[in-house]
Design a protein around this ligand. Structure first.
Ligand code: MZP
Length: 511
């Protein structure tokens, strides 16, 4: 006979946190939100940490390069979707890695013989207004000068003139030499009132550029998630069908973290994939497994396969209809609590700490906080990021309000058969497990996330926690009755919507 669990499948909205002692001096802005994303060995520091506990979903309508850049600049991480050819995913990863703070390799170069017409076209195509002029027109050629959009007038000058006639020649260019620190480079920019500093090798070849705007960006975004070469970090989703080709290509492109993208990751194909990565790269590559919703799923992917982190969640996603279509899944709170309990037992037995990601179904800021209080180390969200300026989909006006399309990976539109079929037999989606929908536009990632994280930090202070680890340890949660949910809203008062056309500001009403 089937086993019937006593536990009811519960969701985050059924819980509330009980405040605990807040100590003098505790303040939201002093709370540390950094969190590990790779397995932490006993007495060792994590190999990979993110600065805020949020990552964006492995989805076409969510994690493109623009969002990945915006989120990494806020300290989080995007997982570029894998439901696309290897080459295009690699290109997206490259774009994020090219956006590095500090020393950048020039991707817009010209020769002295290039015409102004050609250089204007290059500037428009790349969006860069500073172009190094090298002997062979490459990013590493001998530097002959610099041309910027201030060196000519597009509608006055003869566009058949050459770059050589308008550029600042090398003798007048302020440059740094290879080996210079970023700090020294920024000091040179400051002293000479320059926007861009070329860095040259001993024999005069261009090796990198340092921009004033990157310095300013960094000052404005101190939480930025950077690798050792000061490039932004980015994650990449992979599947169980082509990881042997996809992973090496993504590693070469500079992807920092990998994550198997599967609606149900409790299977031998995924374990094979994780083991394959471990054998080839050892611990140099961080790889997450999932999705699972039970302790036995955790044991399988961690003990048998060696996953670095585990993603929890089946059927809770805002665009997901897996539970209706297939009758599998679990309430997200119940799933998370069971997996966290097993993770903690595993840590007591072995000393190894496995970060847990709560994936999908987070309907508002409170639920992010509850997920982290229950023991998640970070959360993965699709809808939240699909609603931002930087998501890859176009804005659409419907009845006077701006929306963005948001669709699941289990829709015919996404054609992500690999996520829903781990055996090699099926090539088509026979039925859909997701829907094609719209979400309201809420603004840039930086603004939306700032509010969310500020709320999280204030709740952590209410619980007396200075870090996410303390938050997990100290949190006391209570189940709520339907009546207490009603009590939690406003009661017996009138609210007027003067000057507010939209009452709900984005998260919607999924409580
Ligand atoms: P949400 O943040 O929009 O609620 O959920 C995003 C999560 O839903 C993703 O990270 C993924 O785990 C899951 N997902 C993506 N596509 C589908 C689908 O088509 C889905 N069913 O469930």
């Amino acid at each position: 006979m089937a086993t019937i669990l006593d536990d009811i499948s519960r969701t985050f909205s059924e819980y509330l946190l009980i405040p605990r002692l807040t100590r003098r001096g505790q303040r939201p802005d002093l709370v540390d939100l950094s969190t590990p994303i790779s397995a932490v060995e006993k007495n060792e520091i994590p190999r990979f940490k993110i600065n805020v506990p949020v990552v964006s979903a492995c989805m076409q309508s969510v994690s493109g390069p623009r969002l990945a850049i915006a989120l990494a600049r806020q300290g989080g991480l995007s997982f570029i979707f894998c439901s696309q050819p290897i080459e295009t995913q690699v290109e997206m990863v490259r774009q994020v890695k090219a956006h590095k703070a500090g020393f950048v390799q020039s991707d817009s170069n010209a020769m002295a013989s290039t015409t102004l017409r050609e250089v204007i076209e290059l500037m428009k195509r790349t969006g860069h207004s500073t172009v190094p002029v090298t002997a062979d027109g490459t990013a590493t050629g001998k530097l002959e000068g610099i041309i910027t959009d201030k060196d000519f007038w597009e509608f006055e000058d003869d566009l058949d003139h050459t770059v050589g006639q308008h550029m600042t020649p090398i003798d007048n260019v302020i440059y740094g030499t290879e080996g210079i620190s970023l700090r020294e480079a920024n000091q040179l920019l400051h002293r000479h009132k320059k926007e861009c500093l070329p860095i040259l090798s001993q024999d005069g070849r261009l090796t990198a550029l340092v921009f004033k705007k990157d310095y300013e960006d960094h000052r404005r975004n101190p939480r930025e998630l950077l690798d050792d070469s000061k490039r932004l970090c980015v994650g990449a989703a992979i599947n169980t069908h082509d990881y042997e080709k996809r992973v090496p290509a993504l590693v070469a492109a500079g992807a920092d973290v990998f994550c198997f993208d599967s609606s149900d990751g409790f299977n031998e194909y995924q374990a094979d994939g994780i083991r394959w990565i471990r054998e080839l790269y050892g611990k140099d590559v961080t790889v997450g497994g999932g999705n699972i919703v039970s302790a036995e799923g955790f044991d399988f992917l961690v003990k048998e396969a060696g996953a670095d982190f585990i993603k929890v969640g089946i059927g809770g996603g805002s665009i997901c209809i897996t539970r209706e279509q297939k009758g599998i899944g679990r309430g997200q709170a119940s799933a998370l609590l069971e997996v966290v309990r097993r993770r903690d037992e595993y840590q007591s037995e072995t000393g190894r700490y496995i970060p847990i990601c709560s994936d999908g179904g987070l309907a508002n800021d409170t639920q992010i906080t509850v997920a982290l209080a229950m023991g998640a180390d970070f959360v993965m969200m699709g809808r939240y990021f699909a609603m931002t300026e930087e998501s890859p989909t176009p804005k659409t006006s419907i009845n006077g309000q701006i929306y963005k399309p948001y669709w699941g990976e289990g829709t015919r539109r996404a054609q992500n058969w690999q996520r829903y079929s781990d055996d090699m037999g099926t090539r088509d989606l026979v039925f859909e497990e997701g829907v094609d929908a719209y979400v309201p536009l809420v603004g840039p990632v930086s603004e939306v996330l700032d509010t969310t994280l500020y709320k999280l930090r204030s709740t952590m202070v209410n619980v007396g926690a200075d870090s996410l680890a303390e938050f997990r340890e100290q949190s006391v949660l209570t189940l709520v009755s339907e009546q207490s949910v009603v009590e939690g809203g406003t009661s017996n008062v009138f609210q007027f919507k003067a000057n507010r056309e939209i009452e709900d500001t984005g998260w919607g009403n999924r409580n």
